[in-house]
Design a protein around this ligand. Structure first.
Ligand code: SF4
Length: 393
């Protein structure tokens, strides 16, 4: 499957990435916050010693080690952040940090992160203007602090990933966000499709048609920026379809039934005069429990931060065993457990849908992805899919 990057190691044995929610404390009050972040730190958070032990458990996965991402809340709310980054780095882990856009993100604090060993940071940008972004983030000034941090991190040689939560507030703004990513530079731009959990429950979601339009736009944006998605696994289905349609000389708008939202986004994108990249960044085949693991601020081992089901706690040890053998993690890696359209879909093995969104909306992590409108078997070039190893279960 040349349109999708696969993890070159046994995905059932070792995750590609482990994300640790170091704290839920955060000075912001973002409208979509998964963590329902609080102003103060929870007394039950992992202590520094317990966090060292967690990082040692992540290192036990072996070489090459998973990427350890320290997220929040705002990880800068922990005074031991630099020590934790250094400790993880000394254990041989590639460490990245996902801070909130606050005045704490100065060139000096980012330099300390880099000097402690952090390789990358991720920043959220949910609008191309101060008004759109600050309104969504619930705090005036976040846009300016984020841009300042973005420039400072780039000057320090830290890789920067830009994350954009896609929801009703910014659907038509997406091309301008892509333009900013082009201008300021980033090693990846990730479009995150909201999961209605935490404070995100109160936000209106996308329809399946809107999600289809947006993800096809993200595919187009991949011509100019290293585009990827979060909690939008059907982007991999779209990457496969678009490449087959390109080879066949077929019109993707007609075949995939794309709507006015897509046409408007595409027109705006092509009118920006952006410079194409040399090569498209291929989407990575990763999903909850399949190359991905999350540890909560209280130490719960989860398949995803957006899927609040736990299979143990790192305070008891056994993170590797939990990932490799727990019924929850093993079950989520088994495509035969998928239900509804996902269970009947020829893309099930490379997509599988968002298990988090299935759980948030249907209460069942194996239910079909609610924001995907694909009808299994409807893609007209089934022989091309079969040649790529994609057949109905
Ligand atoms: S039906 Fe499910 S498995 Fe198929 S493309 Fe949609 S989300 Fe993916």
């Amino acid at each position: 499957m040349t349109q999708i990057r696969t993890y070159p190691h046994d995905v059932a044995g070792r995750p590609f990435i482990v994300i640790w929610e170091a704290t839920q404390a955060c000075p912001l009050a973002c409208r979509h916050c998964r963590a329902e972040a609080q102003p103060g730190r929870h007394p039950g958070e992992l202590t520094t010693r317990e966090a060292h032990d967690l990082l040692a458990q992540v290192a036990e996965f072996g070489t090459p080690p998973p990427v350890a991402v320290i997220t929040g809340g705002d990880p800068f709310q922990r005074p031991d952040l630099f020590d934790l980054v250094r400790h993880g780095t000394e254990l041989g882990l590639p460490v990245a940090v996902s801070p909130s856009g606050t005045p704490t993100l100065t060139a000096a604090s980012l330099a300390r992160l880099r000097d402690a060993g952090a390789r990358a940071i991720s920043l959220s940008l949910d609008g191309s203007t101060r008004g759109i972004h600050d309104r969504f983030r619930g705090t005036a000034g976040v846009y300016g602090w984020t841009l300042k941090a973005w420039r400072a991190a780039a000057e320090l040689g830290l890789k920067v990933q830009i994350n954009t939560t896609v929801a009703g507030h910014n659907l038509t703004d997406l091309p301008d966000i892509v333009s900013m990513v082009c201008q300021l530079g980033a090693f990846s731009w990730s479009a995150f499709l909201l999961v209605p959990t935490g404070r995100g429950k109160a936000l209106p979601g996308l329809t399946a048609q809107q999600a289809e339009d947006v993800l096809n736009f993200v595919y187009d944006a991949g011509e100019y920026v290293p585009a990827r998605t979060t909690e939008a696994h059907h982007f991999r289905r779209i990457a496969v379809q678009r490449e087959i349609l390109r080879r066949r000389g077929a019109d993707h708008v007609t075949v995939l039934g794309l709507g006015p939202l897509y046409l408007g986004l595409r027109q705006r994108l092509t009118g920006l005069g952006l410079t194409p990249r040399k090569a498209r960044r291929l989407p990575m085949d990763v999903n909850a429990a399949r190359g991905f693991m999350f540890v909560s601020h209280l130490g719960a081992a989860q398949p995803s931060g957006f899927l609040p089901l736990a299979a143990g706690n790192v305070r008891s040890g056994g993170l590797v065993t939990t990932y490799q053998t727990s019924p929850l993690f093993s079950g989520l890696r088994d495509p035969s457990r998928l239900k509804g359209r996902c269970g009947a879909c020829e893309f099930g093995t490379v997509c599988g849908g968002s298990r988090s969104r299935a759980y948030a909306i249907h209460g069942d992590p194996y239910a079909e992805e609610p924001w995907c409108g694909y009808q299994p078997g409807s893609f007209p070039y089934q022989e091309d899919l079969a040649a790529a190893g994609l057949t109905p279960p």
